[in-house]
Design a protein around this ligand. Structure first.
Ligand SMILES: C[S@@+](CC[C@H](N)C(=O)[O-])C[C@H]1O[C@@H](n2cnc3c(N)ncnc32)[C@H](O)[C@@H]1O
Length: 516
């Protein structure tokens, strides 16, 4: 961060910065991004759609004279500070970029757009406008930062260039498909560079970053994808922009016609694990993954033993449930483990009050109404408001966020789970009639995790997230094809000691039948 930005950060409450998504671009990154624009040579008109404190403008003015720079920032506070700093050097406007300036075009556009994890911006109105102006279709969940990008591409003069630094999320998420379709349709995309900084760039977003470089010309047939190891500086990005790709860098060019907007684009910038193995089928052939129970008001619905006693709510009105990932240590969760949590007064119950006539339960429900629990987002859409989602306990759970690869847990206690785990329900048919033991053993292997990793959403700091559908659509070895004697051998291992399986031994068996 430049000193102007760090000074601002020190003086400004974090709530204010979060409200406007004010996370600042490091000067070294702004420097390489502006290089991409300046290399074009004849640029005059420049747009900064999310100006902040103008780090890109400062870099540009050091490299080039006679620039005609326009900047937008919706926040009056930062706008006033920037106006003081830049005076007449920049035409600054205190306006929402998404709703203004549609008819102007620029030689260069550069931006670190606002990234909001949740959709606290009125996306609907702006999505309608973009769809109409760009004649494209977008998903209602499309994140604002990609809408900034699409609008900017639309505002490039012929031959104009734009450089955006954004989270890489859209490359591999569902809503990103239509954005990618547009990048291909306009033929503007030139280079995507994916990387994570040791110090995370999008502090709160926990996501890998990606540099999107575009040009408004149709004379280019290819797009380059580059994926960098974790960076502690921008030297490597600079090299890649000079077409110098060291050995530890993955970089490949693809013809526009070979790029598919409907697949995860990590396929284009990461070596794929799937290709190492044969006879793979979608995981949904063997199991259905669904998210755990969302209560909509955990404080109200979750109970431990002492709260149950205090409120005189009997155990018959409480559904056994695991509420935190940290409460489940190993790969098997037994009835004994559940009892231990209960005795340790951990949260282990969910209120299950539908149709209950008990006076104490009724009194507790009334206290919920008094506190407005019935008016919350999820509860207000349920009938009655305190009904729990109708989700049976699943025999296997899987963790949602992972640092060391997926963790599958055998739920021998038969209890429910909140959203900290996804539920895995084994599916059987004539062709995939394998036991839960065999499926569980497969899921404990590093091979299974490696193959699933092709489908996860990547975040910064080594964090992987799997949505239920990432797993349903992920691949697994078609373990029904294993010969019977191998199946029996693995099942016996599970029966002997499920909590510490000889995983390497199981992998040796799998590799005999599934390695390409
Ligand atoms: C991620 S910061 C980037 C600031 C600066 N360009 C940088 O890279 O350091 C995004 C900036 O966009 C502003 N912003 C947020 N929503 C906006 C909108 N709809 N239109 C224009 N500016 C917006 C925020 O106030 C913030 O200053």
């Amino acid at each position: 961060m430049g000193s102007i930005e760090s000074d601002y950060v020190l003086r400004t409450p974090i709530e204010h910065r979060k409200h406007y998504a004010q996370f600042f671009t490091p000067v070294s990154l702004a420097d390489v991004m502006t290089d991409w624009l300046v290399k074009k040579g004849d640029i005059v008109s420049v747009l900064e759609p999310a100006f902040g404190l103008g780090v890109f403008t400062r870099c540009l003015l050091e490299k080039k004279d006679n620039l005609d720079i326009k900047g937008f920032d919706v926040d009056e506070k930062i706008f006033n500070e920037s106006r003081r700093i830049y005076g007449s050097q920049v035409n600054l406007l205190n306006q929402d970029y998404m709703h203004n300036d549609w008819n102007n075009k620029y030689d260069a556009i550069i931006c670190n757009p606002p990234y909001f994890k949740f959709h606290n911006y009125d996306n609907k109105k702006i999505i309608d406008e973009i769809e109409a102006r760009l004649s494209c279709k977008l998903n209602g969940f499309t994140n604002l930062y990609t809408l900034f990008l699409l609008k900017s591409i639309h505002q490039l003069n012929p031959g104009g260039r734009c450089a955006y630094i954004v989270p890489s999320e859209f490359l591999n998420s569902d809503y990103g498909r239509l954005v990618k379709r547009h990048l291909l349709k306009t033929r503007s995309l030139r280079h995507i560079i994916v990387f994570s900084f040791e110090d995370n760039l999008f502090e709160d977003a926990l996501t890998t970053s990606c540099l999107v470089l575009c040009e408004n010309s149709e004379d280019c047939e290819t797009v380059r994808f580059t994926s960098l190891p974790t960076l502690n500086g921008t030297g490597l990005i600079k090299k890649c922009l000079d077409n110098d790709f060291p050995d530890n860098v993955f970089s490949r060019e693809y013809a526009f016609s070979d790029l598919d907007p409907d697949v995860k684009w990590k396929n284009y910038y990461q070596e794929c694990n799937v290709s190492k193995y044969g006879n793979l089928v979608p995981f949904s052939v063997y199991a259905k993954v669904m998210r755990g129970i969302a209560t909509g008001a955990n404080d109200f619905f979750i109970f431990n033993k002492s709260k149950a006693e205090e409120q005189h709510v009997g155990e018959e009105f409480l559904r056994p449930c695991v509420c935190r990932c940290a409460d489940v240590k190993g790969s098997v969760f037994t009835e004994e483990d559940y009892q231990k949590l209960k005795e340790a007064d951990k949260n282990v119950y969910l209120l299950d009050a539908v149709g209950v006539e008990d006076e104490n339960v009724k009194r507790y429900l009334k206290s919920g109404i008094a506190d407005g629990v019935d008016k919350k987002y999820l509860t207000s859409s349920r009938n009655p408001w305190y009904a729990l989602e109708n989700r049976l306990p699943s025999p296997i759970w899987v963790t949602v966020f992972n640092r060391k690869g997926l963790r599958f847990v055998r739920n021998q206690a038969g209890v429910s789970n909140l959203t900290t785990f996804h539920c895995v329900y084994p599916q059987r048919s004539l062709y995939n009639d394998v036991s839960d033991d065999l499926l569980f053993a497969y899921l404990q292997t590093d091979i299974a995790k490696e193959i699933f990793a092709d489908n996860c959403r990547e975040y910064g700091n080594g964090l992987q997230k799997f949505e239920p559908n990432d797993l349903n659509k992920g691949m697994m070895m078609d373990i029904a094809l294993l010969p019977d004697h191998e199946k029996k051998k693995i099942e016996a291992m599970v029966r002997d000691c499920p909590e510490s399986l000889p995983v390497k031994e199981i992998e040796i068996i799998l590799l005999k039948y599934f390695q390409n």
